[in-house]
Design a protein around this ligand. Structure first.
Ligand SMILES: Cc1cc2nc3c(=O)[nH]c(=O)nc-3n(C[C@H](O)[C@H](O)[C@H](O)COP(=O)(O)O)c2cc1C
Length: 204
């Protein structure tokens, strides 16, 4: 638990890379979900990260990673951040923090599962606890719709799709709600974990 925050308000960071703003709009939705669920939230664009922001990451209870999908993987901007985090891998600075992820692509699939898997592997390398999306797949029957939550049917994290010719304000409503759900779920799971740790410490 971040010392300053207290057990009921977990500190959640949304650490993302977005070249043209579409994934950044989804990061805002993730952040809103976490905030509505009671977390104290900071959103960081990882391609302009300062020493002070690295400290913010180190002090967080949970980090939600997000990236645009470029060439079937996380963007170079995100991967640069991942590589820069390697020293923390060695020291265990992020060990036992909660982690989750969201990705966005131009095509409905666009191989973005691969990008999401990269985010989960990054979390594993840091010995973090990965939280999945926790939603049933939507838009997969004759009676369902593109407006369903989790319309692209992801389990590992949130998967979004933005038409390549629209503005960041036009990210899909279903994806916004799905990302908001992910933020809320991470805040809730993190609060549970912190309460459990506090309970064990009190009982010891
Ligand atoms: C260099 C580059 C590579 C891309 N590769 C993929 C890809 O592999 N799959 C896909 O579906 N979309 C791909 N796209 C489309 C982006 O994922 C899509 O436009 C996304 O909304 C960009 O998000 P951003 O505005 O946050 O950068 C690519 C775009 C660029 C610029």
């Amino acid at each position: 638990m971040s010392a300053a925050l207290g057990i009921n308000r977990p500190g959640v960071i949304v650490a993302h890379h977005s070249g043209w703003g579409h994934t950044a709009a989804l990061a805002d939705a993730v952040a809103e979900g976490a905030r509505l669920a009671g977390a104290t939230v900071t959103t960081l664009a990882v391609d302009h990260i300062t020493e002070e922001q690295w400290t913010v990451l180190d002090e967080a209870d949970a980090i939600i990673f997000g990236s645009a999908t470029y060439m079937g993987n996380v963007s170079a901007g995100f991967q640069t951040f991942a590589e820069l985090s390697s020293r923390r891998c060695m020291t265990g600075a992020w060990r036992d923090k909660v982690a989750a992820g969201f990705v966005n692509s131009g095509s409905k699939s666009g191989d973005k599962l691969h990008a999401l898997m990269s985010l989960s592997v990054l979390a594993a390398q840091h010995h973090m606890h990965w939280v999945n999306l926790g939603l049933f797949p939507g838009w997969n029957s004759s009676t369902s719709s593109e407006q369903d939550l989790n319309r692209l049917g992801f389990f590992l994290g949130a998967g979004a799709q933005t038409d390549t010719d629209v503005s960041a304000e036009q990210v899909h409503k279903s994806d916004v709600l799905t990302c908001r759900h992910l933020g809320g779920r991470v805040a809730e799971v993190t609060a549970q974990l912190l309460a459990g740790r506090a309970g064990r410490a009190a009982a010891a």
